[in-house]
Design a protein around this ligand. Structure first.
Ligand SMILES: C=C1C[C@]23C[C@@]1(O)CC[C@H]2[C@@]12CC[C@H](O)[C@@](C)(C(=O)O1)[C@H]2[C@@H]3C(=O)O
Ligand SMILES: O=C(O)CCC(=O)C(=O)O
Ligand SMILES: [Fe+2]
Length: 338
């Protein structure tokens, strides 16, 4: 197997030691169920409809609510975040991950939160729970901290400001569709400082199609807004099958989180998703978790009927972390069924 100069050193070593194994792995992946998964385009909503006349606006809101209830996932274009900001954010993200390990692991260098950098799933208790990825996952309580590393007006900071408004608008649209026309719940309980940003890097994985880039999970938030590059690898569970999500340039992917599913009594779905590895190229994504403050009480929007017990966001996170610690898996909302 010939060695290409452009390949990272670890891959050269692998090919020298296990060349035929890598070839065999590549052949195997073609038939592997992870890679023969059907690729779908998520329901696409053009948000420019929200700023048009009444009918277009209502159609746009209905498309958002339909996708959130039928898929739990959808993608949006004309979301108001420019291609330029997305491209500059991606560049900063690549620069950040290319830093030497000692710098990435030293939170003072980037002035981000403590312990925000990790490899894999920190609490994995078996290989199947290992994630072949590295990530910075930090609360947006200190946006200025982002400037220390990147530049005065960090594109990541600009993105975080814009994506908060987008998450707020989409949440209120979803609430309105439930008949909560003038709810102030999200404005009162979700602030830029209560949200999180997670930057993911998925290195190429030439050794096994059985390793996940990110283990199957649901997001423990109201709403996640995901910016992914063109490589692909995100899969979601639909009708009992894993389906691959086809990347759309400059689109943002919205998925409903556990807290919204509880708040709306299951009308909108928090869907399990995962990331599969790629044998040839690395992949980057940025997930924005739209979260309330920890003391926010999550209870059904409808007084008359609720599937889940009331719980604060803090109680939810603690329960998840306890379950993940003791069992290696997140039990999530099932813990709070009435
Ligand atoms: C180990 C875990 C923590 C996590 C659920 C999981 O089982 C695997 C995914 C993890 C993750 C990653 C993104 C978010 O940080 C998070 C809150 C989420 O929604 O999925 C965490 C989960 C968690 O701690 O609740
Ligand atoms: O990278 C992706 O496509 C998904 C990442 C994800 O699910 C997460 O960060 O919660
Ligand atoms: Fe996720």
């Amino acid at each position: 197997m010939e060695l290409e100069d452009s390949e990272p050193p670890f891959l050269k070593t692998y090919k020298a030691l296990f060349g035929d194994m890598v070839e065999e792995e590549r052949t195997k992946r073609v038939h592997e169920n992870m890679f023969s998964v059907d690729e779908y385009e998520l329901p696409l909503v053009d948000l420019s409809g929200l700023s048009l006349g009444n009918f277009d606006r209502e159609d746009c809101k209905k498309a958002i609510a339909d996708a959130a209830s039928r898929w739990g996932f959808f993608q949006v274009v004309n979301h108001g975040i420019s291609t330029d900001i997305l491209a500059r954010m991606k560049l900063e993200q690549v620069k950040l991950f290319k830093q030497p390990f000692y710098k990435k692991a030293n939170e003072n260098v980037f002035n981000l939160a403590k312990n925000c950098y990790s490899w894999g799933s920190p609490t994995a208790t078996s290989l199947m729970q290992f994630s072949w990825s590295e990530a910075f996952h930090f609360p947006l309580t200190n946006m200025k901290g982002l400037r220390e590393f990147t530049s005065f007006s960090s594109p990541i900071e600009e993105y975080a400001r814009l994506v908060f408004d987008l998450a707020q608008n989409i949440s209120e649209t979803l609430a309105e569709h439930l008949g909560c026309k003038s709810t102030t719940f999200f404005v009162e309980n979700c602030k830029p400082s209560s949200c999180y940003l997670r930057m993911n890097r998925y290195p190429q994985c030439p050794i096994s199609s059985k390793v996940f880039g990110f283990v199957p999970h649901t997001d423990s938030d109201f709403l996640t807004i995901l910016y992914q590059d063109h490589i692909g690898g995100l899969q979601l569970m639909r009708d009992g099958e894993w389906i691959s999500v086809k990347p759309t340039p400059d689109a943002l992917i919205i998925n409903i989180g556990d807290l919204f599913q509880a708040w709306c009594n299951g009308v909108y779905k928090s869907i399990e998703h995962r990331v599969v590895t790629n044998p040839e190229v690395e992949r980057f994504s940025v997930a924005y978790f739209f979260c309330p403050s920890y003391d926010t009480l999550i209870k059904s929007y409808s007084e008359k009927h609720s599937i889940y017990k009331e719980f604060t966001f803090e109680e939810y996170r603690q329960q998840v972390q306890e379950d993940v610690k003791h069992t290696g898996s997140k039990i999530g909302l099932r813990r709070f069924l009435r």
